[in-house]
Ligand binder design. Structure first.
Ligand SMILES: Cc1cc2nc3c(=O)[nH]c(=O)nc-3n(C[C@H](O)[C@H](O)[C@H](O)COP(=O)(O)OP(=O)(O)OC[C@H]3O[C@@H](n4cnc5c(N)ncnc54)[C@H](O)[C@@H]3O)c2cc1C
Length: 483
């Protein structure tokens, strides 16, 4: 049976089992943010959640929220970033055509951070100085994007924007964040129906007026007099969709998420004419760092050539790797820079006394590899990477013996998440292909197209933060639609 059925006409609804002004599908970060905001605005909201509890992929996540422009946490640790600086960075890196949405994200980041804290989500006033993917050591702020990467460091002053909820040991920041948000949902008695999967939207003409729900073997109908919001998460676990749009990572990598991230949200939106956007967008990761000293090595492709600056955000490096012949890449280190990648599953090939020996093992042309190393070392002596502008912090002459890790996508474990989804506007209204909004239908979170079009223009935390901002914006739009 398909997870989503064609829309049901309101005239065919036998009886409305429940009625609310605003029906929210899914209780991850986007759905819970929307529900809390709606309730705060006096909107009668009802959440339908397929699992026995809320959380979704948000609770599995590392709990990094990407905010800038002078948040209370940034200020507390010494970064009084201006909104202009934040905007300059975001506009340089993110190529989304949805500029109104990008503006909304930028303009609301400071307030969204305050709001999250007011829901009980804890962020420690301390910064983590090393380059990292995520941390469990308690600090609340770290760099999780391309802030110090060229050309962005010349466009905007690099500051930390990864707002990291403190996780410890096995407990992820995402689970700490969602425990806090869900406790607030409970405390404020936001109504939720659990173990209830939305299987279809109900329409009256072209307006979405409710949902069909499968619960305990029976069908229920729930009316949303002002609207319905899809916050049902990503399609990462839907192999049919991911093989179509991101075949390399779907073939070789491992999707991030829960079994409920099966694309139901996307399919529900599409069932009433919602358009999709950015479907190829992927954030893959098999980071070379930490430890950061590995950034001092060079990454080459199967031709023996560098193709990316090694200090890039890990999702950016992975997206560039995917574009290389055979999706192959190698990290070359020397004795001084050598260590094992902490997160990556990269295969340690061996240590080599000479470039020809190393090139033979890597099956790359020895003369090209020699030239690549020579050029890089000349640049290193001069303190400037003229090819990819790696930050001077990470440039040193590489001397034999060398060590090589295989970073190739077919042989390493790349974990990935999708960035595409339903096309929405700045008020989180679901749009048709012609740009018109579907009356009564909103969407936010990972079932919608992210602002970042691909992993090279993403930074950790943009997904959770987008869920908060656009989930709440949907509720504000619904509240405004009453008057
Ligand atoms: C390991 C991991 C680490 C990550 N780390 C980060 C990070 O640090 N920062 C960041 O920004 N992003 C991170 N992400 C991505 C981020 O977690 C997700 O993009 C984000 O949580 C999506 O939130 P959401 O509310 O849209 O969806 P979800 O949190 O997945 O919530 C969707 C909810 O909808 C419910 N649902 C699904 N279908 C139906 C249906 N038919 N009817 C009713 N309910 C339904 C689900 O059960 C679920 O509860 C990470 C992801 C993973 C898996």
């Amino acid at each position: 049976m398909s997870i989503v059925e064609p829309p049901v006409s309101a005239a065919d609804v036998p009886v409305w089992d429940h009625t609310a002004e605003f029906v929210v599908i899914g209780l991850g970060i986007a759905g819970s943010s929307a529900a809390l905001e709606a309730q705060q605005l006096g909107v009668d909201v009802l959440v339908i959640e397929r699992a026995s509890g809320g959380g979704g992929a948000s609770a599995l996540s590392q709990g990094i929220f990407y905010f800038g422009g002078g948040t209370a946490l940034q200020k507390a640790v010494g970064y009084d970033e201006s909104v202009d600086n934040y905007r300059a960075f975001m506009e340089a890196m993110i190529t989304s055509p949805d500029t109104e949405k990008l503006d909304a994200y930028i303009d609301e980041s400071v307030e969204a951070f305050d709001w999250l804290e007011s829901q009980g989500v804890p962020f420690k006033r301390e910064a983590y100085k090393e380059k990292a993917v995520y941390i469990r050591s308690g600090e609340g702020l770290l760099s999780t994007c391309n802030e110090k990467v060229w050309p962005f460091r010349d466009i905007a002053t690099p500051v930390m924007r990864g707002h990291q909820v403190s996780g410890q040991g096995e407990i992820s920041g995402g689970s700490v964040a969602m425990n806090a948000v869900l406790a607030t949902v409970k405390e404020r008695a936001v109504p939720v129906i659990y173990d209830a999967a939305v299987t279809a939207l109900v329409i009256d003409g072209d307006r979405v007026v409710g949902v069909k729900v499968r619960k305990e073997g029976a069908d229920l109908f729930v009316r949303g007099t002002l609207g319905v919001m899809i916050a049902a998460g990503s399609f990462n676990l839907n192999a049919e969709i991911t093989m179509k749009h991101m075949p390399t990572f779907a073939t070789y990598g491992k999707p991030l998420g829960t079994p409920q991230n099966d694309g139901a949200g996307l399919l529900l939106g599409e069932s009433v004419g919602g358009a999709e956007r950015g479907m190829h967008g992927t954030v893959p990761t098999a980071s070379i760092y930490p430890p950061p000293q590995l950034i001092k090595g060079i990454i080459v492709n199967a031709n023996g050539e560098r193709f990316v600056t090694e200090d890039a955000y890990h999702g950016r490096t992975a997206v560039y790797t995917e574009k290389q012949p055979g999706h192959k890449a190698f990290l070359i280190l020397d004795e001084e820079s050598f260590d094992y990648p902490k997160h990556g599953s990269h295969i340690f090939m061996d240590a080599y006394e000479s470039v020809p020996e190393m090139a033979a093992a890597m099956k790359v042309p020895a003369e090209v590899l020699q030239r690549t190393l020579d050029d890089y070392n000349t640049d290193a002596e001069n303190g400037e990477d003229t090819q990819f502008h790696k930050h001077p912090d990470w440039i040193t002459v590489l001397e034999p013996p060398y060590a090589v890790f295989d970073l190739s996508i077919p042989t390493s474990d790349y974990h990935w998440m999708s960035l595409g989804g339903l096309w929405t506007d700045a008020d989180s209204r679901v749009l048709r292909e012609d740009g018109s909004a579907i009356p009564g239908l909103y969407a936010a979170g990972a079932c919608t197209s992210h602002l970042s079009q691909d992993g090279d223009e993403y930074g950790s935390g943009m997904s959770l933060a987008g869920g908060v901002i656009f989930g709440r914006r949907a509720s504000r739009a619904v509240a405004a639609s009453r008057s």
